[in-house]
Design a protein around this ligand. Structure first.
Ligand code: HEC
Length: 192
Protein backbone atom coordinates (compact mmCIF):
# COMPACT_ATOMS: atom_id res chain seq x y z
CA UNK A 1 0.00 0.00 0.00
CA UNK A 2 2.77 2.40 0.94
CA UNK A 3 4.60 1.52 -2.25
CA UNK A 4 1.62 2.39 -4.40
CA UNK A 5 1.13 5.72 -2.64
CA UNK A 6 4.75 6.63 -3.23
CA UNK A 7 4.43 5.70 -6.87
CA UNK A 8 1.34 7.93 -7.26
CA UNK A 9 3.18 10.77 -5.55
CA UNK A 10 6.16 10.35 -7.85
CA UNK A 11 3.94 10.36 -10.93
CA UNK A 12 2.20 13.49 -9.65
CA UNK A 13 5.49 15.31 -9.18
CA UNK A 14 6.62 14.06 -12.59
CA UNK A 15 3.53 15.58 -14.21
CA UNK A 16 3.53 18.71 -12.10
CA UNK A 17 7.11 19.75 -12.90
CA UNK A 18 6.74 20.04 -16.69
CA UNK A 19 3.33 21.72 -16.26
CA UNK A 20 4.80 24.31 -13.91
CA UNK A 21 7.87 24.78 -16.09
CA UNK A 22 5.59 25.12 -19.11
CA UNK A 23 3.49 27.71 -17.34
CA UNK A 24 6.65 29.60 -16.35
CA UNK A 25 7.92 29.55 -19.92
CA UNK A 26 4.55 30.76 -21.23
CA UNK A 27 4.48 33.56 -18.66
CA UNK A 28 7.99 34.73 -19.43
CA UNK A 29 7.30 34.64 -23.20
CA UNK A 30 4.16 36.69 -22.72
CA UNK A 31 5.90 39.31 -20.62
CA UNK A 32 9.17 39.38 -22.60
CA UNK A 33 9.59 42.82 -24.16
CA UNK A 34 9.18 42.81 -27.97
CA UNK A 35 10.96 46.15 -28.22
CA UNK A 36 14.49 44.97 -29.21
CA UNK A 37 13.17 43.54 -32.52
CA UNK A 38 10.87 46.34 -33.63
CA UNK A 39 13.35 49.23 -34.14
CA UNK A 40 15.57 47.08 -36.38
CA UNK A 41 12.66 46.27 -38.68
CA UNK A 42 11.55 49.91 -38.71
CA UNK A 43 15.00 51.18 -39.73
CA UNK A 44 15.26 48.57 -42.48
CA UNK A 45 11.86 49.54 -43.85
CA UNK A 46 12.77 53.22 -43.90
CA UNK A 47 15.98 52.54 -45.80
CA UNK A 48 14.34 50.38 -48.44
CA UNK A 49 10.96 51.79 -49.41
CA UNK A 50 11.22 50.17 -52.87
CA UNK A 51 11.08 46.67 -51.36
CA UNK A 52 7.32 46.26 -51.38
CA UNK A 53 5.93 42.75 -51.44
CA UNK A 54 3.78 42.93 -54.54
CA UNK A 55 1.92 40.08 -56.21
CA UNK A 56 -0.17 39.76 -59.34
CA UNK A 57 -3.22 38.47 -57.50
CA UNK A 58 -3.18 41.00 -54.65
CA UNK A 59 -2.03 44.18 -56.42
CA UNK A 60 -1.85 44.00 -60.20
CA UNK A 61 -5.07 42.18 -61.15
CA UNK A 62 -7.31 44.59 -59.17
CA UNK A 63 -5.47 47.64 -60.58
CA UNK A 64 -5.88 46.41 -64.14
CA UNK A 65 -9.49 45.41 -63.54
CA UNK A 66 -10.13 48.99 -62.47
CA UNK A 67 -8.08 50.89 -65.05
CA UNK A 68 -7.44 48.66 -68.08
CA UNK A 69 -10.25 46.11 -68.38
CA UNK A 70 -12.59 48.29 -70.44
CA UNK A 71 -10.09 48.06 -73.35
CA UNK A 72 -7.85 45.08 -72.52
CA UNK A 73 -10.07 42.28 -71.18
CA UNK A 74 -11.79 39.27 -72.69
CA UNK A 75 -15.11 40.58 -71.42
CA UNK A 76 -14.56 43.81 -73.39
CA UNK A 77 -13.83 41.72 -76.50
CA UNK A 78 -10.08 42.40 -76.44
CA UNK A 79 -7.88 40.09 -78.55
CA UNK A 80 -4.97 37.97 -77.44
CA UNK A 81 -1.58 39.43 -78.35
CA UNK A 82 -1.30 37.22 -81.45
CA UNK A 83 -4.84 38.05 -82.62
CA UNK A 84 -4.03 41.71 -82.05
CA UNK A 85 -0.76 41.50 -84.04
CA UNK A 86 -2.61 39.95 -86.99
CA UNK A 87 -5.23 42.68 -87.14
CA UNK A 88 -3.89 45.79 -85.42
CA UNK A 89 -5.75 48.30 -87.58
CA UNK A 90 -9.09 46.69 -86.77
CA UNK A 91 -8.55 46.59 -83.00
CA UNK A 92 -7.07 50.08 -82.86
CA UNK A 93 -10.25 51.35 -84.53
CA UNK A 94 -12.30 49.47 -81.95
CA UNK A 95 -10.12 51.03 -79.21
CA UNK A 96 -9.16 47.57 -77.96
CA UNK A 97 -5.61 46.64 -77.01
CA UNK A 98 -4.21 43.15 -76.42
CA UNK A 99 -5.57 41.39 -73.35
CA UNK A 100 -3.90 42.03 -70.01
CA UNK A 101 -6.54 40.42 -67.80
CA UNK A 102 -4.54 37.31 -66.81
CA UNK A 103 -1.04 36.74 -65.45
CA UNK A 104 0.05 35.06 -68.70
CA UNK A 105 -1.21 37.81 -71.01
CA UNK A 106 0.61 40.44 -68.95
CA UNK A 107 3.88 38.49 -68.87
CA UNK A 108 3.83 38.25 -72.69
CA UNK A 109 4.01 42.05 -72.80
CA UNK A 110 6.85 42.20 -70.29
CA UNK A 111 9.18 39.35 -71.22
CA UNK A 112 8.28 37.43 -74.37
CA UNK A 113 7.36 37.71 -77.16
CA UNK A 114 6.73 41.46 -76.71
CA UNK A 115 9.62 42.28 -74.35
CA UNK A 116 9.38 45.73 -72.84
CA UNK A 117 6.04 46.70 -74.49
CA UNK A 118 4.51 46.97 -71.03
CA UNK A 119 7.33 49.19 -69.74
CA UNK A 120 7.46 51.41 -72.84
CA UNK A 121 3.71 52.12 -72.65
CA UNK A 122 3.53 52.60 -68.88
CA UNK A 123 6.76 54.48 -68.22
CA UNK A 124 6.45 58.00 -66.83
CA UNK A 125 9.09 59.29 -69.23
CA UNK A 126 12.02 59.15 -66.82
CA UNK A 127 13.54 55.82 -67.93
CA UNK A 128 16.46 55.49 -70.31
CA UNK A 129 15.23 55.50 -73.94
CA UNK A 130 11.85 56.96 -72.96
CA UNK A 131 12.78 60.19 -74.71
CA UNK A 132 11.50 62.16 -71.73
CA UNK A 133 7.89 61.38 -72.64
CA UNK A 134 5.48 59.17 -70.70
CA UNK A 135 4.21 56.07 -72.53
CA UNK A 136 0.69 56.49 -73.96
CA UNK A 137 -0.87 54.12 -71.36
CA UNK A 138 0.70 55.85 -68.32
CA UNK A 139 -2.26 58.21 -67.95
CA UNK A 140 -4.59 55.20 -67.56
CA UNK A 141 -2.85 54.20 -64.30
CA UNK A 142 -5.06 56.56 -62.27
CA UNK A 143 -8.27 58.52 -62.12
CA UNK A 144 -8.08 61.21 -64.78
CA UNK A 145 -5.41 63.75 -63.89
CA UNK A 146 -4.51 62.28 -60.48
CA UNK A 147 -0.75 62.41 -61.05
CA UNK A 148 0.11 61.26 -57.55
CA UNK A 149 -1.97 58.11 -58.00
CA UNK A 150 -0.44 57.38 -61.42
CA UNK A 151 3.03 57.76 -59.90
CA UNK A 152 2.15 55.53 -56.93
CA UNK A 153 0.72 52.82 -59.19
CA UNK A 154 3.79 52.94 -61.41
CA UNK A 155 5.88 52.36 -58.30
CA UNK A 156 3.79 49.27 -57.51
CA UNK A 157 4.31 47.98 -61.07
CA UNK A 158 8.07 48.52 -60.84
CA UNK A 159 8.23 46.73 -57.49
CA UNK A 160 6.23 43.86 -58.96
CA UNK A 161 8.64 43.44 -61.87
CA UNK A 162 11.56 43.21 -59.44
CA UNK A 163 14.39 45.43 -58.30
CA UNK A 164 16.18 46.90 -61.31
CA UNK A 165 13.98 44.96 -63.78
CA UNK A 166 12.17 47.95 -65.30
CA UNK A 167 13.73 48.75 -68.68
CA UNK A 168 12.38 49.65 -72.12
CA UNK A 169 14.52 47.34 -74.24
CA UNK A 170 13.00 45.03 -76.83
CA UNK A 171 13.92 41.42 -77.46
CA UNK A 172 15.87 42.60 -80.49
CA UNK A 173 17.79 45.83 -80.78
CA UNK A 174 15.97 48.63 -82.57
CA UNK A 175 17.42 52.05 -83.44
CA UNK A 176 19.50 53.25 -80.51
CA UNK A 177 17.81 50.84 -78.10
CA UNK A 178 19.89 47.72 -77.44
CA UNK A 179 18.34 44.26 -77.15
CA UNK A 180 17.33 43.15 -73.68
CA UNK A 181 20.02 41.06 -71.99
CA UNK A 182 19.86 37.80 -70.10
CA UNK A 183 20.96 39.74 -66.98
CA UNK A 184 18.03 42.12 -67.36
CA UNK A 185 15.56 39.27 -67.84
CA UNK A 186 17.00 37.51 -64.80
CA UNK A 187 15.87 40.42 -62.63
CA UNK A 188 12.19 39.77 -63.33
CA UNK A 189 10.39 38.43 -60.26
CA UNK A 190 6.70 38.86 -61.24
CA UNK A 191 5.23 37.08 -58.22
CA UNK A 192 1.87 35.50 -58.94
C1 HEC B 1 -9.58 53.55 -73.41
C2 HEC B 1 -9.00 52.27 -73.78
C3 HEC B 1 -7.72 51.84 -73.10
C4 HEC B 1 -7.42 51.83 -71.74
C5 HEC B 1 -8.30 52.26 -70.58
C6 HEC B 1 -6.10 51.26 -71.62
N1 HEC B 1 -5.60 50.94 -72.87
FE1 HEC B 1 -3.79 50.09 -73.29
N2 HEC B 1 -4.18 50.17 -75.26
C7 HEC B 1 -5.38 50.58 -75.83
C8 HEC B 1 -5.30 50.44 -77.28
C9 HEC B 1 -6.41 50.77 -78.26
C10 HEC B 1 -4.01 49.94 -77.57
C11 HEC B 1 -3.43 49.65 -78.96
C12 HEC B 1 -3.07 50.93 -79.65
C13 HEC B 1 -1.79 51.46 -79.12
O1 HEC B 1 -0.78 50.77 -79.29
O2 HEC B 1 -1.78 52.53 -78.54
C14 HEC B 1 -3.34 49.79 -76.27
C15 HEC B 1 -2.03 49.34 -76.15
C16 HEC B 1 -1.45 48.99 -74.94
C17 HEC B 1 -0.17 48.35 -74.81
C18 HEC B 1 0.78 47.96 -75.94
C19 HEC B 1 0.50 46.54 -76.38
C20 HEC B 1 1.45 46.09 -77.47
O3 HEC B 1 1.23 45.00 -78.00
O4 HEC B 1 2.41 46.75 -77.78
C21 HEC B 1 0.03 48.15 -73.47
C22 HEC B 1 1.22 47.47 -72.81
C23 HEC B 1 -1.13 48.67 -72.78
N3 HEC B 1 -2.01 49.19 -73.70
C24 HEC B 1 -1.31 48.64 -71.42
C25 HEC B 1 -2.40 49.20 -70.75
C26 HEC B 1 -2.57 49.16 -69.31
C27 HEC B 1 -1.65 48.43 -68.34
C28 HEC B 1 -3.73 49.83 -69.04
C29 HEC B 1 -4.34 50.12 -67.69
C30 HEC B 1 -3.48 50.73 -66.71
C31 HEC B 1 -4.27 50.31 -70.30
N4 HEC B 1 -3.43 49.90 -71.31
C32 HEC B 1 -5.44 51.03 -70.42
C33 HEC B 1 -6.48 51.05 -75.16
C34 HEC B 1 -6.56 51.27 -73.79
Amino acid sequence: MMKLNRLVAAVCVGVAVPVILGACAATSAATAPAAPVAPVAAVKGAEMPAKMVVSYRKDIAPMFEKYCAECHSAKAGAPTLKEYDLNKAHFDKEKLGPRNDTYETVVQLIAYPDAGAFMRRLDDGTSQYAGGKPGNMYKHLCEKGNDAECAANLKVLKAWLGEGAWNLNRFKARGNVPAITKEQLDKLVLAY
